[in-house]
Design a protein around this ligand. Sequence first.
Ligand SMILES: NC(=O)c1ccc[n+]([C@@H]2O[C@H](COP(=O)([O-])OP(=O)(O)OC[C@H]3O[C@@H](n4cnc5c(N)ncnc54)[C@H](O)[C@@H]3O)[C@@H](O)[C@H]2O)c1
Length: 324
Amino acid sequence: MKKVLITGANGYIGKCLYYFLKKKFKIIGIDKEKSPEKKIFQCDILNKNKLNKIIKKEKPEIIIHLAAQSLVDETINKKKYYNNNDKATKSLLEVVKKNNIKKIIFSSTAAIYQQSLKPLKENSPIKALSTYAKTKLLCEKKIQNEKNLRFIILRFFNVCSALNKPIIGEFHNPETHLVPTLVYKAMFNKKIYIYGKDFNTFDGTCIRDYIHIKDICLAIEKSIKYLFKNNKSNLFNIGNNKGLSNKEIVDYVKKKTKKNLNLKYVQKRKGDVSKLVCDSNKVKKILGWTAKNSNIKKIIDDEIKWILKLNKIGLKRKFKNYLS
Ligand SMILES: NC(=O)c1ccc[n+]([C@@H]2O[C@H](COP(=O)([O-])OP(=O)(O)OC[C@H]3O[C@@H](n4cnc5c(N)ncnc54)[C@H](O)[C@@H]3O)[C@@H](O)[C@H]2O)c1
């Protein structure tokens, strides 16, 4: 069994991936936050000595690099993005090189693309506006510049929902993503704010590309297999190929929860475009991956199961202000 190291293994995607891949590979993780899992080591990637000790001892054959300052919020100190994304990736790459590891998968983001109403392809124009996107792009370049490393860069669109076995999902503090915010607030009768109903779309609300976490895990699993089989680097968009409007999600949540939502449409935010959707033909062709779990029914139904579990164990979601 191949040994796989996940960085950021205590985060949303990392934790889900850890359990998803456990039956198929020998999995270890690292995260700067403490985890109850004994194979997830507490280590800040910036601490090169500690990182090197773990990697030297554990000898993973491939790294899935998910650790990042991932919340997109320009009020967060820019240094946090440069440290946890750019500098941490540099530190990781040095340790990877030292230990002769030849394969890496990196989680990048659709936020690096210039906004466009057309579906975004891997070769669509790049324009990283946020500090988050700028630092993710720097990481991509660092990885691409490593001569002896084979890599897959995955540019994720909006990751959402939860796994079923075990039931595990998103728990950010504060929560800023649409699906977990909307479903939670609907279930617990809290005030919901939606940005904008005057976008240039069929129902006036903005359209984004949502990807079920199970499809993200499957894309990473296929990327691992591709790297071991072909030993070639590549870069893919990971999205659904079609979007969902905020109103479509609201309507489904309303129907499913049978609640009268306490919902208000507020002014759209500066810079928000009408539509951001992925063209995922390349990944379909090369990895044979499609977003087969990313339909609205499965996304919302699985999120509800996860919220019921959170409620059972007494965990409450926290929100900064409005929905995003
Ligand atoms: N969730 C999404 O919708 C989405 C979309 C596009 C890209 N991504 C990317 O996917 C990856 C995972 O996203 P997520 O939603 O799970 O994020 P997350 O914030 O839930 O998890 C990130 C984890 O990385 C850890 N971490 C941060 N800096 C570290 C460091 N210096 N050393 C060790 N650990 C560190 C954090 O403690 C956290 O547990 C990130 O790279 C993110 O940029 C996510």
